[in-house]
Design a binder for this molecule. Structure first.
Ligand code: HEC
Length: 158
C-alpha cells in the first residue's frame, strides 16, 4: 500500500504542476544588435541545467515547438492538423482530445501525460507507444524536450 500511495502522490504533483495558476508570460519582443560576422547567441535551452529561468525555458520551448507545429496546434479550440491539438495536453489522458482520430494504440495506452510520460514519448514515440501514428517529430535533445514540455504546460493554463 505504501508504494501505491506514493505513486498517487507523484501523479497528483504532476497534475498540479500542470495547472499552475501563474499567468502566461506576455510575448516579449527582443531586438538583438549584433556586429556583422558575430556568431548568433546559443538558444537558452542549451544553457547548463538549472541556470535557465522559467520564462526563458518556456520561450525556448516555444521556439523548439516549431518542429511540432507542422502537425500540432496548441491554441485553445484550434482544429486538429495531421496531429491532435495539444492545448492543455499536460495532465490529460492520452488519445482523448476531441476532433482527432487517434490510433487504437495511443487511445488504449492508459497513459496520463505527466512531464516524464511526455519526455519518454517525445524521445521515442513508437518506442514508448508501439503502434502510435506519430512517426515523426521525435526530439533527441533532452533539454529541448524539457523546454517544449514546459511550453505545453503553460499552453494549458492560458
Ligand atoms: C508528422 C506529424 C507530427 C509531428 C512533426 C509531431 N507530431 Fe505529435 N502527433 C502526431 C500524430 C499523428 C499524433 C497522434 C498519434 C496517435 O494517435 O497514435 C500525435 C500525438 C502527439 C501527442 C499525444 C496527444 C494526446 O492527446 O494524447 C503529443 C503529446 C504530441 N504528439 C506531441 C508532439 C510534439 C511536442 C512534437 C514536436 C516535438 C510533435 N508531437 C511532433 C503527429 C506529429
Amino acid at each position: 500500500m505504501k508504494y501505491s500511495s506514493q505513486i498517487v502522490a507523484f501523479g497528483l504533483a504532476g497534475l498540479l504542476a500542470g495547472c499552475g495558476s501563474e499567468p502566461a508570460p506576455e510575448p516579449v519582443e527582443q531586438i538583438v544588435v549584433r556586429e556583422p560576422g558575430e556568431a548568433a547567441p546559443l538558444p537558452a535551452a542549451d544553457e547548463a541545467e538549472g541556470t535557465t529561468s522559467p520564462e526563458d525555458l518556456i520561450a525556448s520551448g516555444q521556439a523548439a515547438f516549431a518542429v511540432c507545429s507542422g502537425c500540432h496546434a496548441v491554441e485553445e479550440g484550434a482544429p486538429a492538423q495531421s496531429g491532435p491539438n495539444l492545448h492543455g495536453v499536460v495532465g490529460r489522458e492520452a488519445g482523448k482530445a476531441e476532433g482527432f482520430a487517434f490510433s487504437e494504440a495511443l487511445a488504449s495506452s492508459g497513459i496520463t501525460w505527466t512531464d516524464s510520460e511526455l519526455d519518454g514519448y517525445l524521445e521515442n514515440p513508437t518506442g514508448k507507444v508501439p503502434g502510435t501514428t506519430m512517426v515523426a517529430g521525435a526530439m533527441a535533445d533532452a533539454s529541448q524536450r524539457k523546454a517544449v514540455i514546459a511550453y505545453l504546460a503553460v499552453s494549458g493554463s492560458e
